[in-house]
Write a protein that binds this ligand. Structure first.
Ligand code: C2E
Ligand code: CA
Ligand code: CA
Ligand code: CA
Length: 280
């Protein structure tokens, strides 16, 4: 808590009460939304950079609010993290994704790997790997169809527990990507200690790729070189223009994702991407 003044007490302000009330309202509504199945998962396709073939999808949660319409995750994930509801929310997302993968497999689709975001703190939950295995088993989904994305902060804050969790995922055959790479303040030396398979370069770097000789392209180039020397695949996220596409292919990124190809779409629309891929 913030400390103000000599006595260390925080002065009462009406706007703080309003904010607290709004937060509690959000918590209640989120609990209702989870119960009512208003929390849905959209899928953003990922492609191989060199061939443009479909290579996977990122599962991104959305709240279909009955009055407010579609609410993006940035407006409720942070509150869910503060209230502890993030655990229920992520189990819901995981369960939804595994059930969906099973339906796609049953329908005969060649399903690529689907990645699920894990929030800060969740990686240090020692019960998580067993929970994940249980979810895969209950839906009859082989582990190669699932992977996780975690951010640098997660990995650094709970380094010891994170390494343990990541090792268990590796043993289970569930890959892990380090998300938003380049935005944290990590030293690169810890990278080789993390049992992960992918680096996702943060979209701020990709957005800044305006010409092939800029400082940003030198940064991306060195991230790719580092990742490849550690046997990690590199994913460029937030690809919005043909120019950026050209640069990331030139810089030898392995996979790509962004509005240039597709926004995150409902499951049925993602099935069309799988259908097209199998016809190609
Ligand atoms: P993220 O993991 O970095 O996810 C990528 C975000 O970038 C998504 O926003 C996606 O729609 C957006 N994006 C994709 N391509 C482009 C592009 O070309 N340009 C731009 N400007 N943006 C692009 P979204 O879906 O609003 O998700 C925001 C964040 O919410 C995610 O960032 C992730 O941190 C969090 N999130 C989403 N779903 C989940 C979830 O199931 N669990 C947890 N813990 N976090 C989630
Ligand atoms: Ca992500
Ligand atoms: Ca990201
Ligand atoms: Ca992010």
């Amino acid at each position: 808590a913030k400390k103000n003044g000599k006595n260390g007490a925080v002065g009462y302000r009406p706007d703080m009460a309003a904010a607290a009330e709004a937060e509690f309202g959000l918590q209640r509504e989120l609990a209702d939304a989870l119960a009512r199945q208003d929390i849905v998962v959209y899928y953003q396709p990922k492609f191989t950079a060199a061939s443009r073939a479909l290579s996977g999808a990122e599962a991104l949660v959305r709240w279909l609010h009955p009055q407010q319409g579609l609410i993006p995750p940035d407006r409720f994930i942070p509150a869910a993290e503060r209230s502890g509801q993030i655990e229920a929310l992520e189990i819901h997302v995981l369960d939804t994704v595994c059930a969906q993968i099973r339906r796609w497999l049953d329908a005969g689709f060649d399903v690529p790997r689907i990645s699920v975001n894990l929030s800060a703190g969740r990686v240090s939950d020692s019960g998580l790997p067993a929970r994940v295995q249980q979810c895969l088993d209950s839906h009859g989904v082989p582990s190669r169809y699932l992977m996780f994305e975690i951010t640098e902060t997660v990995a650094i804050q709970g380094m010891l527990q994170a390494v343990d969790t990541l090792k268990q995922f590796a043993r289970m055959g569930v890959d892990v990507a380090l998300d938003d790479f380049g935005t944290g303040h990590s030293s690169l030396s810890y990278l080789e200690k993390l049992p992960i398979q992918q680096l996702k370069i943060d979209r701020s770097f990709i957005g800044a790729l305006t010409d092939g000789t800029s400082q940003q392209s030198a940064i991306v180039r060195s991230i790719v070189a580092l990742a490849h020397s550690l046997d990690l695949a590199v994913v460029a996220e937030g690809v919005e223009t043909e120019d950026q596409l050209r640069y990331i292919v030139e810089l030898e990124c392995d996979e790509m994702q962004g509005f240039l190809f597709s926004h995150a779409v409902p499951a049925d629309a993602f099935a069309d991407f799988m259908r097209d891929a199998s016809r190609a």
